[in-house]
Design a protein around this ligand. Structure first.
Ligand code: PGA
Length: 255
């Protein structure tokens, strides 16, 4: 069976001390309350990563991830962080292609495909985000948009490498807006994505690909979303800043 994952995306929130304190709460609650095989990941700003990874240590079931990397290995790229630098903090995951990075920092599919390569080369698991805008949904172009994001951003990988990737479907119109996709809307796209993976690779690869849903996911709507056959967990923004809410979402897979 494919892996179930609940990943938090703290975005640009929390100073160092606040991050350490929230993460400690999450680790303690996860150790006490989360039973099952579900993976739990916190994707934090760069400043937190080493501290969080130290706190998590080898005892905790909570993994740590970044929210971006640059694709170059090293050199004169002021302000950027490479995959190997991220990895050296103890982080094991990295979100790539989040719609906020695509929109505000003009990251395109070509850059993202290079970031995916850099992440895999250094042993980081990419959480690769795809999803349509409201306009693209309303004009019924969402399947095309998502197909292009897959083809240009990640389908260049060989089967073996693709097996290390986690996908996240995040409809842009649902992120931070309180407008969650209905379970049926999300399932429709997740099934489409899995089918695209089967067409490009094969059915075995498709069956083992973890596909997360993201966009205003909370403890109330998570059970119905995660009950869909092609939804394997969530990428959680706002609700990951509250330990109780985040753990309650992770516990959906306890049942
Ligand atoms: P949200 O964000 O849960 O606050 O909508 C999700 C995300 O952007 O990953």
């Amino acid at each position: 069976m494919r892996k179930k994952i609940v990943a938090g995306n703290w975005k640009m929130n929390l100073d160092y001390q606040q991050g350490i304190s929230l993460f400690s709460e999450i680790v303690n609650m996860a150790n006490d309350e989360v039973i099952g095989e579900q993976g739990i990941v916190i994707c934090a700003p760069f400043i937190h990563l080493h501290g969080l990874a130290q706190l998590a240590g080898s005892r905790s079931r909570v993994a740590v991830g970044g929210q971006n990397i640059y694709f170059q290995e090293t050199g004169a790229y002021t302000g950027e962080i490479s995959a190997s630098q991220l990895k050296s903090t103890g982080a094991t995951y990295v979100i790539l292609g989040h719609s906020e990075r695509r929109a505000y920092f003009h990251e395109d599919d070509n850059q993202l495909s290079r970031k995916v390569d850099a992440a895999l080369k250094h042993g980081l698991i990419p959480i690769f985000c795809i999803g349509e805008t409201q306009d693209e949904r309303e004009s019924d172009r969402y399947f095309d948009v998502i197909r292009t994001q897959l083809e240009e951003g990640i389908f260049h990988l060989a089967d073996g490498d693709f097996g290390d990737v986690v996908l996240a479907y995040e409809p842009v119109w649902a992120i931070g807006t309180g407008l969650t996709a209905t379970p049926e809307q999300a399932q429709e796209v997740h099934a489409f994505i899995r089918n695209e993976v089967a067409n490009h690779y094969n059915q075995n690869v498709a069956n083992s690909t973890t596909i997360l849903y993201g966009g205003s996911c909370n403890p109330k709507n998570a059970p119905e979303l995660f009950a869909q056959p092609d939804i394997d967990g969530g990428l959680i923004g706002g609700a990951s800043l509250k330990s109780r809410d985040f753990i309650d979402i992770a516990k959906v897979f306890n049942r």
